[in-house]
Design a protein around this ligand. Structure first.
Ligand code: NAG
Ligand code: NAG
Ligand code: NAG
Ligand code: NAG
Length: 668
């Protein structure tokens, strides 16, 4: 086990230097014992934060003992308690030595000062207690808090991933009041039936058809599901490696499902527009017999014997699963255990994430559609970068049973497609109440195909793509300038608190066992989740109250039927996810890449915009996107993935782009 040096260096030697040599495992175990002690285990960030603290005043001491951070003034009783809890359970360096194991009177001479504990309180912004109270708190934490913490953890936290034991505190994104009982029937949408669709001559043209078009080829017997499955599996295998976008091919299952679809149709049973259509799932979604890796080295051999609810829905709609697609490790960004997913529009660039595979594979015509997920930006970012149409539906629309959980009040599943109409059809197939997902609901949506958009008033933000405004105006939509005028300043911070604490609850054991040390991108989840240990429960709840206030303010200010604005602006990504509103990302064109090679290039930077709607008004966003796409063809362009120049994957030409996640403070 790796030895590590834990340091809490406080300013000017005033506060004391506490160092202890412990194994990683021990350190992580210890952190569970005493919340306040945890400062030392994350010594580096504690050191940084403590630079700004000023009232610590103890002299420098150096010890190698678990009680190092307990105050000298701490009673012998507390000391004993800590000793009792620590020593038998962990082989702490020096613990068994006579210097400590003997008596409680050994404790005070080994430890610093009550001010060190007070210093720890500063990291919770709670350093207002007098010494005597700090001592009482320490004793109370040992007597009462830790046993409860441990009992709860033991009963629910031994398995990582958040698939079991969801919190019963459920977020409902609906805007309405309890007395308004809507009569919800999960009616299916009526789809317009396309006509005159002919099978293209070559496979590539088939691969870039919409789901609606492919469905029509199948329904009219111009192609079989088995043929389609073969075409898409071929493309997945051809481009999967260069794009690093596929985790597993589910070939055997795919041909079984395709043959079944063909058999049903031959018998005269047609299941609807997804009958026989191949698709991919982000690899945080479980399907039996195949690996569900969550993109992570730690879980790369995991096989979950679970049929995710969304998979069941697609199966019963007749769709054919051809691949499990790349997800950034534990659903963060685009780096996963097998590599880093690339953008088909510019192979030098990465797709962003974490629904990296669904976006890249849809963009490159490797699947007609794919299911991804978003907690904060994981659909909007890669859809924007890879130039595909994606719908992040109202929170609660699509059940999440069998899906790795980051945050029960934020996670959403949604489709990546070639067109908004396809998004509508897929949403229709996967929405509805999942009995095992407490947050999922039957949401009544009107038929997006029959919305009269000339009756809509649609806002546009300063950062909306102007072409979209112009096009929608010509389609008869009343377009008005719009602003989101909420006062809550900490939107991005609320997102971090909610997402990080919830995630840590689902990966508590993983962190305690030091598995974050092999995480694929050390500056991402590992740092964020260690920091999350230091968020007090009170402040987590305050964050939820601030979120409630944000939701009320957004609701009051939402005086339009929908609005158009930047889909990837981080503040809006956080806001949209905290409030639970739907957005559809729509490709709106291209610009030339920066760093253009001298010989020119077919690579492009994609442009896009977001259409946002109130909760349960997904049909409005869909209808507007369909109207826009009915007269534009940006969404029909094909990326130059087939056409790579020999040096286009040359190392050293990579430009790494992370979403910016800075705190935006609004002017007062
Ligand atoms: C809730 O809905 C009912 C029925 O529509 C309405 O009478 C009542 O004023 C609403 N209450 C609030 C607080 O909006
Ligand atoms: C936002 O603006 C609307 C009208 O313009 C107003 O009713 C609402 O109170 C405003 N909200 C905030 C939080 O300022
Ligand atoms: C949220 O966490 C990310 C990742 O650690 C960080 O970059 C960002 O600054 C944080 N945002 C706020 C508002 O603290
Ligand atoms: C949208 O936001 C992203 C991220 O902040 C930014 O890079 C981009 O330029 C914005 N687009 C527009 C049209 O303002």
């Amino acid at each position: 086990m790796a030895m590590m040096l834990l340091q809490l260096r406080l300013p000017g030697g005033k506060c004391g230097l506490v160092s202890a040599h412990v194994s990683m495992h021990t350190a992580l175990r210890l952190s569970s014992l005493f919340l306040l002690l945890s400062v030392t285990f994350f010594g580096r960030s504690a050191a940084a934060s403590c630079q700004q603290l000023h009232t610590c005043s103890s002299p420098t001491t150096s010890v190698s003992h678990p009680a190092a951070v307990s105050p000298s003034a701490m009673t012998a009783r507390t000391c004993n308690l800590i000793e009792k809890m620590l020593c038998p359970k962990v082989r702490f360096h020096g613990c068994a030595s006579s210097s400590y194991s003997s008596r409680s009177d050994a404790c005070p001479e080994k430890i610093g000062d009550v001010s060190q504990l007070k210093c720890a309180f500063k990291l919770f912004d709670a350093d207002f207690f007098p010494d005597s109270k700090v001592q009482e708190i320490a004793e109370g934490a040992v007597d009462y808090n830790i046993p409860i913490i441990r009992a709860n953890r033991k009963s629910v936290a031994s398995v990582d991933g958040g698939l079991q034991n969801p919190s019963p505190l459920v977020f409902n994104a609906k805007w309405g009041n309890a007395s308004e009982q809507v009569n919800i029937k999960s009616r299916r949408f009526d789809y317009p039936s396309p006509s005159g669709i002919q099978r293209p001559k070559n496979d590539e043209d088939i691969a870039f058809m919409s789901v609606v078009g492919l469905g029509e080829l199948i329904r009219t017997g111009q192609i079989t599901s088995e043929e389609l499955t073969r075409i898409f599996l071929q493309r997945l295998k051809r481009y999967g490696d260069v794009l690093q976008s596929v985790v597993s091919y589910t070939e055997e299952l795919a041909f079984m499902q395709a043959k079944e679809a063909d058999r049903l149709l031959a018998e005269g049973t047609y299941l609807g527009p997804l009958h026989g259509i191949p698709y991919g799932l982000k690899d945080i979604i479980a399907v039996p017999h195949y690996r569900t890796t969550w993109g992570s080295k730690t879980f790369k051999d995991q096989v979950l014997d679970i049929e995710a609810w969304v998979y069941k829905r697609l199966k019963s709609a007749g769709a054919v699963l051809v691949a499990k697609l790349a997800t950034g490790s534990l659903a963060y960004d685009d780096i996963w255990f097998g590599g880093r997913t690339r953008n088909p529009w510019n192979i030098e660039e990465f797709s962003t994430g974490s629904s990296a595979g669904p976006a890249a594979c849809t963009s490159a015509g490797m699947v007609p559609f794919a299911i991804g997920s978003e907690t904060a930006g994981s659909m909007t970012y890669p859809a924007a970068r890879c130039g595909v149409t994606a719908l992040r539906p109202t929170f609660g629309s699509v059940g999440r049973t069998g899906v790795m959980s980051i945050s029960e009040s934020l996670d959403k599943l949604g489709p990546f497609c070639r067109t908004a109409a396809d998004c509508a059809i897929i949403l229709d197939a996967i929405r509805g109440k999942d009995p095992d997902d407490l947050s999922s609901r039957d949401i009544s949506l009107d038929n997006p195909f029959t919305v009269d958009i000339t009756k809509l008033t649609v806002g546009y933000l300063d950062d909306a793509e102007m072409e979209v405004i112009e096009v929608l105006k010509t389609k008869g939509v009343n377009m008005v300038p719009f602003k989101l005028n909420y006062t809550v300043e900490s939107v991005q911070g609320i997102l971090n608190f909610t997402m990080d604490v919830d995630m840590l609850a689902h990966f508590d054991e993983w962190q305690r066992q030091g598995k974050d040390a092999v995480y694929e991108a050390q500056d991402q989840w590992p740092v964020e989740l260690r920091r999350a240990r230091m968020i007090s429960v009170v402040d987590y709840v305050q964050a939820q109250r601030a979120r409630g206030k944000l939701i009320r303010e957004v609701r009051e200010g939402f005086e339009v039927d929908a609005f158009v604005g930047n889909a990837t602006d981080w503040e809006k990504v956080c806001l949209g996810n905290l409030v639970g509103i739907p957005i559809i990302v729509v490709p709106t064109g291209f610009t030339s890449i920066s760093n253009l090679p001298s010989g020119g290039s077919k690579r492009r930077t994609t442009l896009n915009t977001g259409i946002y709607a109130p909760p349960e008004k997904d049909h409005i966003a869909l209808a507007l996107a369909m109207a826009y796409q009915s007269v534009t063809d940006h969404h029909k362009q094909r990326p130059p993935i087939d056409d790579l120049a020999p040096d286009e994957l040359a190392p050293g030409r990579e430009s790494v782009v992370y979403p910016s996640r800075r705190l935006h403070i609004y002017p007062k």
